[in-house]
Write a protein that binds this ligand. Sequence first.
Ligand SMILES: [Fe+2]
Ligand SMILES: [Fe+2]
Length: 178
Amino acid sequence: MEISNGVNLYICEICGEAHIGVEKPGDCPFCGAKGNFIKSGKEACPIVNERIEISELSKNNLLETLELETKATAIYLCMAEKSETYEIKAMYKRLAKVESEHAAIVIKLLDIKMPETKSEECFSEDLDNFKKTIELEDRAVGLYKRFAGEAVENNIRKFFGALTQVEAGHSELIKKYI
Ligand SMILES: [Fe+2]
Ligand SMILES: [Fe+2]
């Protein structure tokens, strides 16, 4: 049995999380950022590791993002609970983790504490939940595109650019189920 398999360390420049594996992952397993944001441990400059001044506008946009992401996390946990199959349950649990990672990035950027999680309602049928999910994700895509355009800070622009792609991917995934 082969034991050594040449693992490496990779770091996502969006969430700052490290991945240990043989190959660089296609997308970040934590925040879902595209592979081009994932670098070898030595090269990575995560946006959450830079201390920068954040404009009032970006601060407000980040706070709105935090609210959206924590709400989405709670909604997806509800949807996971209600789902009829293991597949859909697993998918919503992953979506909840990704959105909670997005919230975690925001609190690191703003250097604030994570707000208390409130529980959210959802539908009892998967199909209704899918439609609600697409609505939420498409709204996030529109907002984050705007926030990226409004950001004067490089790392905030990079963050919203990456999130726009991630949320668009979520919407695309759900559309395969309806
Ligand atoms: Fe990440
Ligand atoms: Fe998100």
